[in-house]
Every structure is written in structure tokens, then in C-alpha cells.
Design a protein around this ligand. Structure first.
Ligand SMILES: Nc1nc2c(ncn2[C@@H]2O[C@H](COP(=O)(O)OP(=O)(O)O)[C@@H](O)[C@H]2O)c(=O)[nH]1
Ligand SMILES: [Mg+2]
Length: 401
């Protein structure tokens, strides 16, 4: 699963990305290699099961801080989007490539209203960010529409004359976006569009269809960034009164906190509502003052910086992700080396015990016998639907290593 960070230029996408991917809390066993400069690993934060199970854990692929598990997840910083990007203006094509990989979007807006339509600096509070949201969403829709419209008339005519399948045609055009036939069928039903008569669909029908498909397959939430600036407050209130999920966000503050934590100057867990100063005398006067401002203008006002919250919400809220803890010894909740609750896997909601086996090792899936629930000790079948926080042992017929 991958979450994309989108928005118009200069809203703070790269700052959000930099702060989210700054490894202020090291994970021993995890290769945080950069795949491309704009693809990196952030953390997903969830309650660890260690406290509930009364064990001291030894995380390998993740980290546990006072019962909070941080698990690496992929993020991509998508190039800035301006009106007309869908027809190749500006960084349009780079943008599309990045976006194709994303399962959900964090849509960053400049809530302070200090950047215009194109991302140029203007006086704080002079630009209404709600229009930006619509601009970006419209560009996304126009891009998808562009793919659909390419050979639409011909395809619709042929489908109609030969009894061909227009749903199949649309799905083949939209596979890159992971939009499948089932989703398209659902959309046609929703809008009462007749699949036998696609030539009768209007331009408006196609547009509505595309918007619906985009919302279903590329869900998004709003990170209302630059919340540290005073002009953000009324804008955030206004944004929150709409239908979208809006998370007040201060990326620059998060970056500052994580850097200071990395330097050992403060103790700060991503997503936390506070930090402890460890070495005030190790700070430059500017750093010290900046941290005071973060406390005053961000944590005291908004609770947290919102960066971690946005990522958690994208995975758990938009993608219905779950976190599962595989173990090899269900009585000790450990791997074969005695490491307790070593791994936490982020999986799509609706995945099964067999899917988990497959994620761990293809051989484990091939020789899968059954799974064991680490809490109850009960046997689970291959099609058992995993739940968030499940502790699972996979039993296979394969050679025990
Ligand atoms: N006040 C404030 N400024 C921010 C924040 N995040 C980013 N900025 C500033 O906004 C400008 C654009 O940031 P950048 O991350 O490059 O934006 P991008 O073009 O969307 O990637 C920079 O000057 C940042 O310092 C924030 O949370 N608060
Ligand atoms: Mg950028």
C-alpha cells in the first residue's frame, strides 16, 4: 500500500514528506532505502498489543515506544498540481506516473491562505484554500476522463453494435488505476447508466462516473497545512464544516520536532501531543525559540502537528488497513529466536490468514495447514478474515527451520 501526497505548489507537500520520512526513531531491522527521491518510508502508528498481552516485546520490522507501535509505510511526494496539469501542463506527466502507484491521497492545502492558485506567495489570509481543493480534484478527474475519452465514441458504438461489453472496455482502460469491472458495475448501477446503451451516455454522465470512480479507488483526506499561522484558524473551521476529512497540520513544526529528536535534544514520538526537552544547552537560540513556538502555536492549539495523524487516518480510515502480528510460538508470542512480537504487518482490510502466510513467505502459503489465534489458541482456517491487532501463528506442513 502506498499513500501519495498531492496538492498545488508551495502548500508544504515536500515539508510534509520530509518530516514524515525523517527517521527520528530508528528501526533496527529495516532497510530504509530510498527507491526514488520522492518515495520514502514514514511510520504508521498504532496501539501495540504488548501491554494487553502483558509482555515485553522485541520489535524487528517496527518499533514500540511505550505501547505505541510505529511501522514503516510507503509515501510518495507527488509533483505540484496546477490547473491544466491533466493536459500535460507543468509537471503533469511526472505527476500522473507517481499518482498511478498510490492507493490513497493526503491532499495538502495551504490553510493559511498565503499562496495563490499557482502557488505564488500572497499575503496571508488573502487566498481561500477551499477553491484549491476543488481545483486539484477536478484535475484528477480530468486526467482520468482523458484516459476514458480517448477512444470512447468508437468503443461505445462497437460495444453497442456487437453486443460487446462496455464495462470490460472501461476496466481495461482503467487498470492502471486499479479500477476493476466490479467497481464500474457498481457505478453504473448507482447512476442508472444503461450498459447496453453507452452511446446514450452524455459527457456529463462520463464526468460523474469518473468522479465517483476516483473517490472510490483513490480516496483522499485534507491535510490543512501551515496551521501554525494565525490566518489558518478560520479557514480550517470552514474546511471542517464541509464533507471532507480535514486534519489541521503543521509540517514545518513536525520537521523541527523530528530533527531535534534525531539530534537527541528532545524526546518526541511522532504524533505525540508533547515533547520533553533533554538538552536545552545543546540547542541554538533559534532552535530553542522555534521549539517554544511549536509548543505555543501548534501543540497547545491543535493538540499535535497532524502529520502522523494524517498518515494514520489515510491507512486506517481511507484504506481500512489492519495491523497483524505474526508469531511462530503462540505461547511465548515470539519468533523462533525468542523475539517477542517481532513484526507488525500492515495489510488491507478483508485479508485472510492465507494472505498473511503469503506475505511472510510464499512457501508458507503453499504448505499452509491452518492458523492459530495467539489470544485464544483457537485454530483458524485459511479464509479467516484477519482483524486489526490479531496475533497469528501460521502452521504449515513444510519443513520447520
Ligand atoms: N508556516 C508554515 N510554513 C510551511 C509549513 N510547511 C511548509 N511551509 C513552507 O511553505 C513553503 C513551501 O513548502 P514546500 O514543502 O516546498 O511545498 P511544496 O511545493 O508543496 O512541496 C516553504 O517555504 C515551507 O517552509 C508549515 O507547516 N507552516
Ligand atoms: Mg515540493
Amino acid at each position: 500500500m502506498l499513500v501519495g501526497i498531492v496538492g498545488k505548489p508551495n502548500v508544504g507537500k515536500s515539508t510534509f514528506f520530509a518530516s514524515a520520512t525523517l527517521r527520528s526513531v530508528p528501526i533496527a531491522d529495516y532497510p530504509f532505502t530510498t527507491i526514488k527521491p520522492n518515495v520514502g518510508m514514514g511510520y504508521l502508528r498504532t496501539k501495540c498489543v504488548c501491554k494487553e498481552m502483558g509482555v515485553e516485546d522485541n520489535p524487528k520490522n517496527s518499533v514500540c515506544i511505550d505501547g505505541v507501535r510505529l511501522i514503516p509505510v510507503k509515501l510518495v511526494d507527488v509533483a505540484g498540481l496546477v490547473e491544466g496539469a491533466s493536459v500535460g501542463r507543468g509537471l503533469g506527466n511526472q505527476f500522473l506516473d507517481d499518482l498511478r502507484q498510490a492507493d490513497a491521497l493526503i491532499h495538502v492545502v495551504d490553510a493559511s491562505g498565503s499562496t495563490d492558485d499557482e502557488g505564488r506567495k500572497v499575503g496571508p489570509g488573502t487566498h481561500d484554500p477551499s477553491g484549491d481543493i476543488e481545483m486539484v480534484e477536478k484535475e484528477l478527474d480530468l486526467w482520468i476522463l482523458g484516459i476514458v475519452e480517448k477512444d470512447w465514441e468508437k468503443a461505445a458504438r462497437i460495444a453497442e453494435q456487437t453486443g460487446g461489453n462496455i464495462v470490460q472496455h472501461l476496466a481495461s482502460r482503467l487498470t492502471g488505476l486499479a479500477i476493476d469491472e466490479e467497481t464500474i458495475e457498481a457505478a453504473l448501477l448507482h447512476f442508472k447508466l444503461k450498459r447496453e446503451k453507452p452511446t446514450a451516455w452524455s459527457d456529463g454522465d462520463l464526468r460523474t462516473l469518473v468522479k465517483w470512480l476516483r473517490e472510490k479507488t483513490l480516496p483522499s483526506l485534507i491535510a490543512a497545512n501551515k496551521a501554525d499561522l494565525p490566518t489558518s484558524k478560520p479557514n480550517i473551521e470552514k474546511l471542517k464544516s464541509g464533507e471532507r476529512t480535514v486534519i489541521p497540520c503543521a509540517s514545518e513544526a513536525e520537521l523541527l520536532l523530528r530533527k531535534a529528536a534525531e539530534q537527541g535534544l528532545i524526546r518526541y514520538t511522532p504524533g505525540s501531543n508533547s515533547f520533553d526537552v533533554l538538552k536545552r544547552d545543546g540547542m541554538t537560540p533559534a532552535q530553542s525559540r522555534a521549539l517554544d513556538l511549536v509548543h505555543e502555536r501548534v501543540l497547545r492549539v491543535w493538540g499535535d502537528t497532524g502529520v502522523q495523524q494524517a498518515i494514520d487516518q489515510a491507512y486506517f480510515g481511507l484504506l481500512k488497513a489492519i495491523v497483524v502480528f505474526p508469531v511462530e510460538d503462540e505461547s511465548k508470542l515470539s519468533d523462533k529466536n525468542g523475539k517477542v512480537l517481532p513484526d507488525a504487518h500492515v495489510m488491507k482490510g478483508g485479508t485472510t490468514a492465507l494472505d498473511l502466510a503469503r506475505r511472510i513467505h510464499s512457501e508458507l502459503a503453499e504448505s499452509f495447514l491452518y492458523a492459530i489465534d495467539g489470544r485464544s489458541g483457537k485454530r483458524l482456517a485459511d479464509d479467516y478474515g484477519l482483524k486489526n491487532g490479531d496475533i497469528i501463528k501460521i502452521v504449515s506442513s513444510g519443513r520447520r527451520s
